[in-house]
Design a protein. Structure first.
Length: 121
């Protein structure tokens, strides 16, 4: 019996989706993974006809906004770390935001890496 929210695509190799036609592009979503009722995280995939589709362009825009936000968070974290008077609360806040941004950047890197075509030997 399959858990509620479990992805049937879990058995597919990374970057491939065995349940979609070959003409369809599958990539990781630029948002956090969904959490099922059991508390387990499941990967979220975006399915589009091609890289230039409306859905793919929207995902690209979200990724760009996440990267821009990451730059702002990095600048803020550097400012907090450079302030000798910054208290524990400010440091914890900066670290929390930096951790969130790092998760976004890693998700984007993995998604983009999965979409790089590999030469056939």
């Amino acid at each position: 019996m399959r858990r509620f929210g479990a992805s049937p695509r879990r058995a597919a190799p990374k970057g491939q989706n065995l349940h979609l036609p070959h003409s369809t592009i599958s990539r990781s979503c630029p948002t956090t993974n969904s959490i099922s009722c059991s508390g387990h995280t499941n990967p979220c995939f975006l399915s589009a006809d091609h890289d230039g589709s409306l859905l793919s362009r929207l995902a690209d825009d979200i990724e760009e906004a996440q990267l821009d936000s990451g730059e702002q968070v990095l600048a803020g974290a550097r400012a907090v770390l450079g302030d000798a008077k910054a208290g524990e609360r400010a440091v914890r806040f900066a670290l929390s935001r930096a951790t969130e941004s790092l998760e976004d950047v890693l998700r984007i890197a993995v998604s983009r890496g999965e979409r790089i075509p590999h030469p056939v030997a």
